[in-house]
Design a protein around this ligand. Structure first.
Ligand SMILES: [Zn+2]
Length: 210
């Protein structure tokens, strides 16, 4: 009895992974989630369904001498843009950093050619648990980033914080050297497909076929 249940659960999980692979192939042309099928670990990583409970975001103040409160507004705008897609991701900005799911901090500059970085923590089932977004105010060569670049990087890093990978198309916010803070149709569709898929592996793992 217990064995049958375990087998049917494994079968169900296999069918879910097949459905995910089919959805990813079907949407391959209009999204940039193909890396999920191609990469070695092939795991759908995203925030789990939170049943109306928003992701708590703490935006730290300061962190660099030239930090200004308007920079926090770029992060709020970024959150609004992704939340506005209504794919199931909602945010609330909190002051208490210890209770935040996503922590946003500012630094003066990175030591290498980069303006932002997002470190995600996820569990074995691909469910994102935490994110740390670091945003620079200057380039590594000491140039102050213009406001449109600060916004573009904030939107890009927030995209990573919800689980999005890079896009190879420079019109997309998720292009590595982000040029725009305006979500493209592909950005929108990619986020929508990501949040339609269940978190977890996309490929069958040998252990479960026993
Ligand atoms: Zn990136």
């Amino acid at each position: 009895m217990a064995r049958r249940t375990a087998e049917s659960a494994a079968g169900e999980a296999r069918r879910a992974r097949l459905a995910a692979r089919e959805a990813l192939s079907r949407e391959a042309g209009s999204t940039y989630l193909d890396s999920l099928i191609l990469s070695t670990d092939s795991v759908v990583r995203r925030w789990p369904d939170r049943w109306g409970s928003p992701i708590r975001v703490a935006i730290m103040e300061g962190g660099a001498p030239t930090w200004s409160p308007r920079m926090a507004e770029y992060v709020r705008t970024s959150l609004d843009r992704w939340e506005g897609l209504a794919v199931g991701v909602q945010f609330t900005v909190v002051a208490d950093t210890s209770r935040a799911d996503i922590l946003v901090r500012w630094i003066d500059h990175f030591e290498f050619d980069r303006a932002g970085q997002t470190d995600l923590t996820w569990d074995q089932s691909g469910r994102v648990r935490r994110a740390l977004i670091s945003l620079a105010i200057k380039t590594n060569t000491g140039l102050v980033l213009p406001d449109d670049a600060l916004l573009a990087v904030a939107v890009h890093e927030t995209g990573h914080a919800i689980g999005l990978p890079h896009s190879a198309d420079s019109n997309d916010v998720m292009f590595p050297a982000t040029r725009t803070g305006t979500l493209s149709d592909r950005d929108r569709r990619t986020a929508a497909v990501l949040y339609r898929l269940a978190p977890g592996p996309v490929r069958d793992v040998p252990d479960e076929s026993r």
